[in-house]
Structures are given as structure tokens and as C-alpha cells.
Design a protein around this ligand. Structure first.
Ligand SMILES: *[C@@H]1O[C@H](CO)[C@@H](O)[C@H](O)[C@H]1NC(C)=O
Ligand SMILES: *[C@@H]1O[C@H](CO)[C@@H](O)[C@H](O)[C@H]1NC(C)=O
Ligand SMILES: *[C@@H]1O[C@H](CO)[C@@H](O)[C@H](O)[C@H]1NC(C)=O
Length: 289
């Protein structure tokens, strides 16, 4: 009996220690513990797995008071300092966290195997619903002065505010999103190279998301120029010019898209558990060796 228990113990320890670690990044106006529920499902399904939910600054306030550039720098430092992550990992970002994790992959060349984004903001946000998450004094500043440096430097949302009536200004003056999307005149080939190293890039949006506008931003689709109609994927410049390699990933069968059906705040929580276990967990089911 004791031998059997010992054998079971050894088998569990050996077989469980090799799942690829998982790095989680929360959304705006929340903190690392918002990802605890999701982390606990992952630990239950993949015994022994190392899961870490990254905090940036003080969490809640700094998630919207720090520029995304600064948040990405902090994120990269924390991840690169963690010796449990040296051999590579899978990475998941939720909402604003989607562009933090993608920015970190592109800029810091992190050793990521599968990149997963839940209800992301890859093609920006535009419109009041998302701003309702912010304290009222910030909303006007963004709608009126989004692309002024003074605002870009102090409100994270401004760094992915994509106004379809000011796309030229967005492209040149918005500090973060047009950069990591390679939408500027001078592109950075490293971003594309790093995206193309992925084994899989997974994107979701919720068809009843009431916060991210347009909700298809989670699939890298934004408003067409001077319009509030969402551009189709294969008509977008991102796809046609393969700016960061998405078309190539798609042609290689490495781009996966899913649609969930929950309110924005519920994305990493119980109402979305079945969706996540069914569609996302297969991308965690891989080992280091
Ligand atoms: C992981 O994959 C293995 C082998 O295909 C399968 O038996 C197992 O159920 C999967 N685990 C999870 C949690 O999906
Ligand atoms: C491209 O991005 C990398 C990583 O952030 C950076 O080191 C490099 O200087 C950038 N290259 C150009 C031409 O901006
Ligand atoms: C563009 O996308 C639509 C909708 O996903 C699809 O039906 C169509 O075949 C695509 N066109 C091309 C040229 O790939």
C-alpha cells in the first residue's frame, strides 16, 4: 500500500512537472487576482502546472494611469526575471491585457509557444462603452484630446483609441497600437518575426460584449475609415499587407478564432468556464520537452 502511494506520488510529480507554464495578464481597472479563478481551473486540469498572473504597478489604478508602453516594459521585466519561465510558456491576455501580451511578445521576443487573447482590443476601441470603466474625469479627455502627447502619456486607453474619423492622426500620433500593429510608415520586422515564431495565435470575442467597441476588435477587426461599420477581415490592411504576419499564420493554420457569449466582465469567470475549457484549454495541453 505504501509502495503504491509512493509510486502514484512519483508518477504524478514526474508527469505533471512538464506542462508548459502559463502567464496571465488581466484587463483594465482590475488587478492580478481577477485571473485567480481562471488560474485555478488551469491548475485543476493540468496538475503541477506553473501559472502566474502578472501585476503591473499597483494593479487597478496603474492599469489605466500607466501608458501601455510602460506596462509592457514592466511586464517583460517581471516575466524575464522569473526563472520558472526560462524554458518557454503559453501566454494569455484578457481585454487590455491582449495588447500587453502581444506587445511584450513582439518587442521583448519572449519565448511564447501559444498566444491566447480573450476579448482583446487588437484593432483598438472607439466609443463610450469602454470609457465607462474609467472615472468620469478621464472620459472627456480621451474623446477630445486623445492623440495629444499629454493624454497619450497618462491614460492607457488613449494608446489604443482608434478614431475612424482621424485614422491619419491615430497612425502617426497614437503611441502604442499603430506601432505594434506595424501600421506606421516605418515598420519593425522584429514584430513580425516574433509573431511568426508562434505555434498558435488564438483570438476570441464575445458576441454580446457590451464594453469593447467594436467587439470584433478581439479578432483584429476595426471600424472602416470614416465609418462605424466593421471592416471585414480580408479587406483590412492588416490582413492584405500581412503587417505582423497574421495572414501568414492563417495560411499556416496557426490562427484560431472563437466566439464566446458572455458579458465583458465575465470573460475570465464562471459564466465562461465551459467555453474556456472546451476551446482554450487544448492550447495549454502541451509540455516542455
Ligand atoms: C490533454 O491531452 C491528452 C492527450 O490527448 C488528453 O488525454 C487529456 O484529456 C487532455 N487534457 C485536458 C485537460 O484537456
Ligand atoms: C524594433 O523593435 C525592437 C524590439 O523592440 C527594437 O529593439 C528595435 O530597435 C526596433 N527597430 C526599429 C528599426 O525600430
Ligand atoms: C473574405 O471573408 C469572407 C467572410 O469571412 C469569406 O466569405 C470570403 O471568402 C473571403 N474572401 C477571400 C477572398 O478570402
Amino acid at each position: 500500500m505504501i509502495r503504491l502511494v509512493f509510486l502514484l506520488f512519483i508518477t504524478t510529480v514526474l508527469s505533471s512537472s512538464i506542462y508548459r507554464p502559463v502567464v496571465l495578464m488581466h484587463g483594465i481597472v482590475s488587478s492580478a487576482d481577477d485571473m485567480n479563478e481562471l488560474a485555478s481551473w488551469i491548475r485543476t486540469s493540468f496538475p503541477g502546472i506553473y501559472v502566474v498572473s502578472i501585476e503591473i504597478g499597483n494593479g487597478k489604478d496603474d492599469s489605466f494611469l500607466w501608458s501601455i508602453e510602460k506596462q509592457v516594459e514592466h511586464f517583460c521585466k517581471t516575466v524575464l526575471d522569473d526563472k520558472n519561465l526560462r524554458q518557454g510558456f503559453n501566454m494569455l491576455g484578457y481585454s487590455q491585457g491582449s495588447i500587453i501580451v502581444r506587445g511584450a511578445l513582439e518587442k521583448c521576443s519572449l519565448p511564447v509557444y501559444n498566444l491566447i487573447t480573450l476579448s482583446g482590443v487588437h484593432q483598438g476601441v472607439f466609443g463610450l462603452p469602454y470609457l465607462l470603466k474609467l472615472p468620469i474625469q478621464f472620459r472627456d479627455l480621451i474623446t477630445k484630446y486623445a492623440y495629444e502627447d499629454a493624454i497619450q502619456n497618462v491614460i492607457s486607453v488613449a494608446n489604443y483609441w482608434r478614431d475612424p474619423d482621424q485614422l491619419n492622426k491615430y497612425t502617426t500620433d497614437c503611441h502604442f497600437l499603430p506601432d505594434i500593429n506595424n501600421e506606421r510608415k516605418i515598420q519593425n520586422e522584429t514584430y513580425r518575426t516574433n509573431m511568426l515564431k508562434l505555434n498558435a495565435f488564438v483570438m476570441t470575442y464575445s458576441d454580446i460584449d457590451e464594453i469593447v467597441t467594436p467587439r470584433h476588435s478581439g479578432w483584429f477587426m476595426g471600424y472602416a475609415p470614416n465609418s462605424l461599420h466593421v471592416e471585414t477581415w480580408n479587406n483590412s490592411r492588416q490582413f492584405k499587407e500581412d503587417l505582423i504576419g497574421l495572414r501568414t499564420l492563417w495560411e499556416q493554420g496557426k490562427l484560431y478564432t472563437f466566439t464566446s457569449h458572455v458579458r465583458h466582465q465575465d470573460v475570465p469567470h464562471a459564466p465562461n468556464q465551459d467555453f474556456i475549457i472546451q476551446n482554450i484549454f487544448p492550447f495549454f495541453n502541451n509540455t516542455l520537452s
